[in-house]
Design a protein around this ligand. Structure first.
Ligand code: 5GP
Length: 113
């Protein structure tokens, strides 16, 4: 499936890209929910977390580690941040290429409150 994120990976539409390597691309969310809101997206094609093979946890691990490295490089890792991955309708997923949200830059409150 081609999503808006595939088009960003292919440079068919613009995005504010903050990190990229062989496996992962990260860019600022177009509608930020916190002062820092960056999306970490694998370059492999998986619609949802459910589609990641059980023997390929590195696909998710790379996203989380890239987010943590970005937080450290930007100097807010010690203050803290939140990472979130939404899955399907009840999780609120709207773009069906898996992605990790990194939210930071202010106290975010306890999750769910
Ligand atoms: P989801 O709801 O699927 O977990 O998150 C999708 C995210 O993608 C949303 O936070 C939304 O604001 C963001 N988004 C949707 N379209 C675009 C776009 O064209 N560019 C960027 N940078 N972010 C987008």
């Amino acid at each position: 499936m081609t999503t808006i994120f595939h088009k960003i990976i292919q440079r068919e539409i613009p995005a504010d890209i903050v990190f990229e390597d062989e496996h992962v691309i990260a860019f600022r969310d177009i509608a930020p929910q916190a002062p820092v809101h960056v999306l970490f997206v694998p370059k492999q094609d998986f619609a949802t977390l459910n589609d990641v093979p059980v023997d390929a946890p590195e696909i998710i691990g790379r996203l989380a580690v890239a987010a943590a490295h970005y937080a450290k490089a930007q100097g807010f890792a010690e203050d803290g941040y939140r990472i979130v991955m939404n899955c399907n309708a009840h999780g609120g997923q709207t773009v069906f290429q898996i992605h990790l949200h990194l939210l930071a830059g202010a106290p975010l409150g306890r999750f769910g409150t």
